[in-house]
Design a protein around this ligand. Sequence first.
Ligand code: 6R9
Length: 657
Amino acid sequence: MELPHQKQRTFEPSAEAQAGANVAGMEAYRALAADAERDYAGFWGGLAREAIDWRKPFSKVLDESAAPFYTWFEDGELNASYNCLDRHVASGHGDRVAIVFEADDGTVTRVTYAQMLARVARFANALKRRGIKRGDRVVIYMPMSIEGIVAMQACARLGATHSVVFGGFSAKSLHERIVDVGAVALITADEQVRGGKTLPLKQIADEALAMGNCDVVRSVIVYRRTGGEVAWDTSRDAWMHEIVANESDICEPEWVGAEHPLFILYTSGSTGKPKGVQHSTGGYLLWAVQTMKWTFDWKREDVFWCTADIGWITGHTYIAYGPLALGATQVVFEGVPTYPDAGRFWKMIADHQVSLFYTAPTAIRSLTKAADADESVHPARYDLASLRIIGTVGEPINPEAWLWYRRHVGGERCPVVDTWWQTETGGHMIAPLPGATPTVPGSCTLPLPGIMAAVVDETGQSVPDGQGGILVVKRPWPSMVRTIWGDPERFKASYYPPELGGTLYLAGDGAVRDPETGYFTITGRIDDVLNVSGHRLGTMEIESALVAHELVAEAAVVGRPDATTGEAVVAFVTLKRARPEGEEAEQLAKTLRDWVGKEIGPIAKPKEIRFGDNLPKTRSGKIMRRLLRSLAKGDAIVQDTSTLENPEILDQLGRAV
Ligand code: 6R9
């Protein structure tokens, strides 16, 4: 994976980046890592006591007796919302701005910590009045908004477990999650506004609830974003602004055990059914705080901006919890990077004096393209001098995009932190420390202190550095996934497979370690999961959606490298009738793309659909996906095809429609 010219492209942290950094210099990094090696429980226990205000202190750090169902700080008690709000107000920082919200149309709203606390308390009281209590699950299907964060925090305050569903998911996906998680309430908005376009969230929510098995959903609470027309069921629906109107702005937090599930977030796995990744309260919050301090070198004066959506893990850890737990000031953005033009991010950085900026490689690539085409949206046209550290997440970043980001956004001055982590890991795992780690484009560098990452083969044995293998984590860590909601067996099988010995956490990514530096480079997923614009999609999920269409007999979905989206979805489809050609094939491809959009969400729409009389199969009837991957890329088939039963099909499928 390593490019031959990568060696000389190492960027040392500048003297400025090192000076006063929370972790300054590699010696400091090594000392922390050595602390963790020496006394694992002592290391984590110390951090947890410092990062979190505990209502009741924990007496034990880590319990491995039910491995791989590890528990952390188990007898400690806390409340996440208390840690995110009350403690800052109590220590005299109530007037500090918590959120600078910029709406799609550019309208800016600021909320202080004291105001945020009052809003969360009022909403929590309103939820309580509707019977929502500790242990209940609440689905949140909302746009990027202060209200969305208030909703998450209010659930946390009551000890209710939230499950946020990304606003781009379809009614069917929303329904599936509501049922699986057993939600008693749904919090949504009338409409979402992005890039000048509206999306009728309430209408989609109504459709989802009408799909059956949702009887336990007693209340639907609606944030009025646009005032657009919505259908109303008075027995169930209520406006958010109406139900908080007469509530007190004092709400005693519900103290919960450290292992209490703060949230469940669905993500794609290698089977058709999304996994409900369950996170804890104590361990999760600890790592949200600690990685803000380490990876982003967060300081009180910083203005932090993470461009993710609260529907993804990045928006949970680095919008809804991490920054608030520190008492940080952060920017929250409703819209898209290309509206009203592709200079929006750069303008917002300048307008709000953002110092820590965190976005996805796919955004960087598309903004590079836009800047190349139109000089007026080039970052050079904006004053980005406030930036101190710039980060990326979500997918491997190609060295070209990394270098462009460092040069044009970071002004050759800001360290680039390429952060590898996952929904399941809760927070950053492998990432540079901006005041310590020399960076190399395309590498997420070294594991954070306390994270025991390694590269192994299919049997769990270490592979030599320089040789690719499977990325694993050798020891549990506080913010790790606790289980898959309702399916502990799947948790074990997915993350602690017996083939690897049952004690290594299997990330699902491939990686290679540099023999000289020990730096990790992530080579992408090793399972049937695609990464399109940083969004995780299961190939099986898309296949199931396709075969659910009345005309489709069989479908196989693979990823193809894409210059902008990282990977693109390519679907090979056979129909229950003759293979369509020409105009008809194009029409049908469009129908099926829209169908997938309806079934899962627009992010899952295949970029290309190819029709065949059959799919390439082995004699035992197994679809040979590796051949399809080559065909999708337009590569000649050089693999061994001796087990293929119907080689003639390759020619037919090799041609795009
Ligand atoms: C946080 C998040 C996780 C998958 C992960 C990997 C890919 C994320 C990456 C990266 C290379 C990085 N990924 N960050 N690959 N370099 N810096 O994205 O969570 O949505 O669960 O996706 O994304 O493949 O396994 P999630």
